[in-house]
Design a binder for this molecule. Sequence first.
Ligand SMILES: [Ca+2]
Length: 487
Amino acid sequence: MNRRQFLSALPAMNAFGQARRPNVVSLSVDDLNDWVGCLGGYPGVKTPNIDKLAKHGVLFSDAHCAAPLCNPSRTAILSGLRPSTTGIYNNEQYLRPNHPNVVTLPMHFRRNGYHVAGAGKIFHHVAGFNPPDQWDEFQLQKFDDPWYRRADWYPWNQRIPAPKGHPYNGLANFAGEFDWGTLETPEDQYGDQKAVEFATEFLGRKHTKPFFLATGLWHPHIPLYSPQRFFDMYPEAKVQVPETRDDDLADIPKLGQDLAGFRRAEFERIRDTGKWKEFVRAYLAAISFADAMVGRIVDALDNSAYASNTILVFWSDNGWHLGEKQHVHKSTLWQRSTHVPFIISANSSKQNGVTRNQPVSTLDIYPTLIDLCGLSPNPRLDGKSLVPLLQNSKAPRDPAVSTHLPDTHCVIDQRWRYIVYADKSEELYDRKADPNEFRNLASDPKLTSVKQRLASFAPKTSAAQQPQSTEFDFDFATYTYKRKPKK
Ligand SMILES: [Ca+2]
């Protein structure tokens, strides 16, 4: 049985109990946009391992995150619920104390008899976002940056002073994470390598139950620290900064301009100090470092006893701007922020895989894994299983939706990107004619019906913002939350 047959046969097999349930490896990266070889976002990027994975699996070439920011995106993937359902829109909102009854993806696998393990950044990486009762075993994220060893956010990390020469990019007076360079650390001692080691050790064990293993790499999230050999892959003279236009924001509503303006100082600093290219190069290096670690985990799986009965899901939580729309972060609703790599592969076949070009959402991961593994349903999910699309390239799909704030969504079909903000202001881009999204067509009266059709797919209502984490007393030792009295 080849991989494609394996994927399409799984739900039927499991419905009749004729096969042992497959194992699952979820492999994620952080802030990786479409700058991978198989998606073509940056010609010249070196991602041989991710490209190989795409060839050996099903590549969803037009996948979008459910929210363009770490915590809301990961919460959506792992709860199966949109930000507009949970009220979790930013990086300072806990899931557990606000939604104590939500059954997360790892919990659902545990309840279905799986051995469930994780390492690295799966949920958001700050203490309080990853309740340990979701896992049979978990290895916490290790950080490379002294800034990330704050005792209040990361009590499991040893606090160390910043090393000499830090920040390495020579730009003083910035938030510690906005840095790039090479650490005086052997390659195998970078923080992400601890997650890789956990995964390879785990896959080498004898397992008596089906397993769900989540491994979350930090790269290419800032700070962009990578071993020198990955910088050497990209001679600075050859590095290209993205095509931009000085007046690109002129036709964007005020609320869109505000999103583009988030941490604008960092973009202006790299532009005005002549370090834009250096920054792009560091991002490319971090991508290739992530790719190398992806390769180690995939190789470990391929060489394990589980090569032929494991589903591998590869995803990024959100994209990343490299200066497009005068922005070097995420948290916008344009292509740069929402378009992410997403691959589903059932291992062990040499056959080339297929590509699905319909827009899909990472929100669909949870119901798809339920379907592929024949688990009991979770009726409370906002996403839809991708199994029909795995089986039939023409299976109909609704447009993908990504949400950033209450009543602030983008709706993406194969031709258009429609954005609506809380004050009802709009953007519309022709994705075919204008892939850089330079021309906002929302005011064109001929396109009113296009906007109306796309708007009909946006959530009708948005849950109110949940309280910020600072409104709770959180105790890491007992992993309990107590709401502070209202002032
Ligand atoms: Ca992220």
